[in-house]
Design a binder for this molecule. Structure first.
Ligand code: NAD
Length: 732
């Protein structure tokens, strides 16, 4: 069976229908291109055919994009000259789309040819929009759920099947930039307003509207194939175009800090392409696309942010247990986290019982959802009915008896063993024997908390990140006795609320916090040593961290840092390694510089909470040294502080799958996404170099950089993490 079929009706309109076998949404693969090309060729050659419509056999979507597994594999399978293989493969794709665009027209006169319309029932992403862009007119069904756009940049590549060149020529560099550089997606009306598609029609009229247009003898020559074509907004040597490109270049460098090769390559493809005829521009696009695909950052990003993220979401590490979909969730504690958990659950259509000690606290928690929906209404993304329906799912109460029918509890009360134990008992006095109890604790060991449970097998950690509605990662923590059913329940819940799960074993700070705390601490340590704070912060950003360590601790609050430090010291005793960090942290707390929440921290803030710049009073206590380290040393200290913790988590069996280590790092704390995550980064720099660097850092800065045995072994053997532990296989 092929994914594309052709049917010609009595009026001479050939309808090519794309229907990927065995998938709910169309995905393009190599065979698909061949088949589409053959059918378009057949229709163009058939005298009985007056025009062509390309549409989808799926009722609500056109296509989700390219099978990125294939791009990754294409590179591996291209022999000893992978760049040539990739370039030729990409040019072959261009050939197919260019044949659609030219549709049999005479190359000199632009005469002849047959009109080709794209008819999109719904979502059209990536190649699913690049094909329509090669057609002569794009019709979309008025389907508010549809997403139309080119999101490639989000996974470290850019639209490489002509989408970049066509959109830039259609809309101009300025008009195309949010769509290409930010991967902005639109609904059909938004896509029409942006100039990406041509018509939005009622779903039932989609094919008839496209057909009427095809039969209306329309002009089909693309503007860029006409003599005298000028790029909207001006090409680079036009005064206005010049300004656009200067601005775009500054913007890209500012936003990416120079670490994302795809954004720069995309801009180069647009800039250089704008100076030459269309077919040469496609070749330039293909060369930059190949360049990006050959960059290890791109393959690492594709692997973590697309392939592995999706695998985890689909339950790659789900134990074999029957469906555990949640019907009713009880959320205990309606504070910052509980309110967010109630919101995302209700948005997923799950009934929620939201409990707090006082009714007004429970109501306040529920009002978080009302506020969220109101913001959606203001942006015209949400209807009043939807708000009513979502709020109707949340029962805010103080009455534990209301939890009777819940099949999952998520506890988010104060971070206190005693309070949590009491709540566990109160909940289990009313819930049924099959109910799974999850705690959202960020620091307390799950196995310890499970002691308060009447059935530790049904007790587990489900650790959300703040703000719950924005953060995509959920860390599921297995206590020593957590059962497979409890893990499956947590995973099925995370799937329902459409977030990405990782499953880790119980140990201090689990995975994400375990790695992020040393990052913050390393930054603070450097302050104490006299490293210029601006150097610390900028070094972090220039290596792709979203926030410098000092800004991060300001955001999470310095008193929280103090609290965690005290608890950790109490638990570790003499082995506690961070006394020097605490000196700075405690001093900051004494000065009442508690971070953003007190409008004073490592940064200065104005009365409205706007960050003004690094606090100049810090130098009086911790003077800036005359000799400053070089940028790379600061960056390596900040990166290795995190990465070595990830390796230790793997060594110690907290992480059991390096895919989770990488995906969790990017989604959980924003670890340099360009690198694909800590393990991908180590593979990019190579274990031998990593071990050598650790030895140097240890000699210079202390034992916290000691090369873990696993990394040493890998360095000795020349191993890579993804080769040793497998892309799909479990690590331990
Ligand atoms: P919070 O102080 O905002 O909310 C806690 C809520 O629990 C309050 O509304 C309080 O009234 C309620 N509560 C306390 N005792 C109760 C009881 N016996 N019965 C019912 N309700 C009770 O705290 P938060 O920031 O939402 O954190 C909650 C939990 O989530 C903590 O365990 C925390 O460690 C964890 N956590 C927090 C974050 C974060 O960034 N804040 C992130 C991940 C996990």
């Amino acid at each position: 069976m092929t994914d594309f079929t052709l049917k010609t009706d009595a009026d001479g309109v050939a309808v090519i229908t794309w229907d990927t076998v065995g998938k709910s949404m169309n995905v393009m693969n190599q065979q698909g291109f061949t088949d589409l090309d053959a059918l378009v060729g057949q229709a163009l050659a058939d005298d009985a055919v007056k025009g062509i419509i390309i549409t989808s056999g799926k009722p609500d979507s056109f296509a989700g994009g390219m099978d990125l597994n294939i791009i990754a594999r294409m590179k591996d399978s291209a022999g000893d000259d992978p760049a040539r293989g990739l370039f030729d493969g990409v040019m072959a794709m261009h050939g197919v789309l260019r044949r659609i665009e030219r549709a049999g027209m005479d190359p000199k006169t632009n005469k002849g040819g047959k009109p080709i319309a794209a008819a999109l029932p719904g979502t059209a992403l990536g190649i699913g929009l690049e094909i329509p862009l090669a057609c002569h007119r794009i019709f979309a069904a008025d389907n508010p759920k549809a997403k139309i756009g080119l999101p490639e940049i989000m996974v470290g590549i850019f639209p490489g099947a002509g989408g970049t060149t066509r959109l830039a020529r259609k809309l101009g560099a300025m008009g195309a930039s949010p769509l290409l550089l930010e991967g902005k997606l639109n609904d059909p009306h938004g896509a029409k307003r942006a100039g990406v598609i041509d018509e939005v029609v009622p779903a039932e009229d989609l094919i008839s509207a496209a057909k009427a247009w095809v039969l209306s003898s329309p002009t089909i020559v693309k503007p860029w194939d006409e003599k005298g074509y000028k790029m909207p907004g001006g090409a680079p040597y036009h005064p206005a175009g010049f300004m656009t490109f200067v601005g775009a270049s500054a913007m890209v460098n500012g936003k990416t800090m120079g670490v994302y090769p795809a954004a720069k390559a995309l801009l180069s493809a647009v800039y250089e392409g704008a100076l030459v005829p269309f077919d040469t521009a496609l070749k330039i696009e293909a060369r930059w696309f190949t360049n990006v695909l050959m960059n290890p950052s791109s393959s690492a990003m594709i692997r973590s942010l697309f392939i592995n993220k999706e695998a985890l979401e689909k339950g790659a590490n789900r134990p074999d247990a029957p469906d555990q979909k949640v019907k009713q969730v009880g959320v205990i504690g309606a504070g910052m986290m509980g309110a967010g958990i109630a919101l995302v659950s209700a948005l997923a259509g799950i009934k929620v019982v939201l409990i707090d000690a006082k009714q007004d606290a429970a109501d306040k928690g529920k009002s978080y959802t009302a506020d969220y929906m109101d913001k959606g209404i203001a942006r015209k993304k949400v209807t009043d009915d939807k708000k009513t329906a979502v709020l109707g799912l949340i029962n805010a109460t103080t009455d534990y008896a209301a939890l009777k029918d819940c099949d999952l509890i998520v506890e988010a009360v104060f971070e206190d063993v005693g309070v949590k134990a009491e709540v566990t008992k109160m909940v289990q006095a009313v819930t049924g024997p099959d109910c799974i109890f999850a705690t959202n604790t960020s620091t307390l060991p799950i196995t310890e908390l499970a002691k308060a449970s009447n059935d530790p097998a049904k007790f587990i950690g489900i650790h959300f990140f703040s703000p719950v509605d924005k953060m995509m990662l959920v860390e599921i923590i297995k206590g020593q006795q957590s059962s497979d059913v409890a893990v499956a329940k947590a995973l099925d819940f995370v799937r329902q609320i459409r977030k990405t799960p990782i499953v880790v074993n119980d140990a201090r700070f689990f995975y994400a916090n375990r790695c992020i705390i040393p990052y913050i601490n390393e930054g603070i340590r450097m302050v104490r040593e006299g490293v210029e704070p601006a150097l610390i912060e900028n070094a972090a950003k220039l290596v792709g961290m979203p926030l410098g360590p000092l800004q991060l601790v300001d955001e999470t609050s310095i008193d929280l840092g103090v609290k965690i430090a005290k608890a950790t010291r109490a638990a570790m005793g003499d082995a506690y390694p961070d006394g020097e960090v605490d000196e700075v942290l405690f001093w900051m707390a004494d000065q009442m510089r508690l971070g953003r929440k007190s409008n004073a921290g490592f940064y200065a803030y104005d009365d409205k909470g706007k960050r003004l710049g690094l606090w100049d009073g810090l130098a009086a206590q911790y003077p800036v040294a005359d000799d400053q380290p070089d940028l790379v040393t600061v960056q390596h200290r900040l990166l290795f502080a995190q990465v070595l913790e990830a390796v230790r988590a793997l060594e110690g069996g907290v992480l059991t799958d390096i895919r989770e280590g990488d995906v969790g790092a990017i989604l959980g704390w924003g670890f340099a996404p360009w690198s694909g995550g800590p393990f991908s980064w180590l593979d990019i720099i190579g274990a031998p170099y990593a071990a050598e660097r650790c030895d140097q850092l240890t000699a210079q800065f202390g034992d916290r950089f000691t090369t873990p045995d696993l990394l040493r072994d890998m360095a000795d053997k020349g191993h890579e993490f993804y080769k040793r532990f497998g892309t799909g296989a479990k690590a331990a």
